[in-house]
Design a protein around this ligand. Structure first.
Ligand SMILES: NC(=O)c1ccc[n+]([C@@H]2O[C@H](COP(=O)([O-])OP(=O)(O)OC[C@H]3O[C@@H](n4cnc5c(N)ncnc54)[C@H](OP(=O)(O)O)[C@@H]3O)[C@@H](O)[C@H]2O)c1
Length: 275
């Protein structure tokens, strides 16, 4: 009996230790390579605004898309903001009054070419899950719709595309989700953008309740306290990271931003001198 308890204790301690080492690795192993900031963030925002660029957002009704839209609107960075989605969204705030909306049928995107024309910057927060849409539906949304939208945007003049995908994306993965995300990343990278930013999110603190994720997230609360950038990232931080990154000049054609970089970028303040 005593031996059994001791063995169990050892196994549990071993597991806890393994988890702590793993989380510590996730927290500290990535050394994000961010663009060098020759000017402070506030100046970069001002310089970007002066260029009078336009942008479009795909998936602005989603958890990260909503936050991104809020940042885009409140930052006033773009002279025109267009949402492309499957349904009309309503906004009460005055700040959203100039937001243009195109409701499209994603199954017939070629019929909506004009919606994708004339945008300098594109943000893609589109996505679903296998649980919601089934295997085929997931591939349609997360691969086909995103890919086609990116191609139409590119053809319509967009040169800077920002894509949300997932950490761990891997074309050889046995998880459909990770496999599709990697294939998408590879195909979109071939489109020859002036700039392509790929935000490889691990897990956001979603408001929408997905039972397994909800449970995991509850379990992760103390973990997130000790290792803040190892696993979760608030949707508001993802949105701020996308906005702060878009204003930073970069000569890299393709940039992969992992969880840690997203945390760092999303927490930059405009009144702090430099990185
Ligand atoms: N949130 C995370 O923890 C996390 C982690 C890793 C990666 N990501 C990736 O980041 C992206 C955004 O995630 P999210 O959590 O913000 O997603 P979300 O809350 O589920 O929002 C998804 C967006 O896609 C749209 N959409 C879904 N199915 C569609 C369909 N059949 N046709 C047209 N539009 C459709 C939704 O429109 P409706 O509002 O009309 O449904 C919504 O605007 C996804 O690609 C996701 O895989 C997210």
């Amino acid at each position: 009996m005593v031996t059994g308890t001791l063995a169990l204790g050892l196994v549990v301690s071993g597991l806890v230790l393994f988890l702590a080492v793993l989380l510590n690795h996730l927290e500290n192993s990535e050394i994000p390579e961010l663009p060098r900031m020759d000017q402070d963030l506030k100046t970069l925002h001002e310089n970007f605004k002066a260029k009078s660029k336009s942008c479009f957002i795909l998936g602005a009704s989603g958890e990260t898309g909503k936050e991104l839209l809020k940042e885009v609107v409140n930052s006033n960075l773009f002279n025109k903001v267009t949402l492309i989605g499957r349904r009309q969204l309503s906004f009460e705030e005055e700040a959203y009054k100039n937001v243009v909306q195109h409701v499209v049928d994603f199954e017939k995107l070629d019929d909506y070419r004009s919606a994708f024309e004339g945008h300098d910057v594109g943000f893609c927060c589109l996505g679903t899950t296998r649980a919601k849409a089934g295997e085929e539906g997931f591939i349609r949304v997360d691969h086909d719709y995103v890919m086609k939208s990116a191609q139409l945007a590119k053809a319509g003049g967009c040169s800077h595309f920002n894509l949300e995908t997932s950490r761990g994306a891997d074309k050889n993965s046995s998880f459909l989700y990770l496999k599709v995300k990697k294939i998408l990343q590879m195909l979109i990278s071939k489109e020859k953008w002036m700039r392509l930013e790929i935000f490889r999110i691990l897990m956001c603190d979603r408001k929408e309740s997905r039972p397994a994720e909800w449970l995991t997230r509850k379990f992760l609360v103390p973990v997130a306290y000790m290792f803040p950038s190892a696993i979760t990232v608030p949707t508001s931080v993802v949105a701020k990271a996308m906005i702060n990154h878009v204003v930073m000049p970069s000569d890299k054609k393709v940039e992969l931003l992992e969880n840690k970089a997203i945390h760092m970028l999303g927490k930059l303040e405009q009144n702090v001198p430099q990185l």
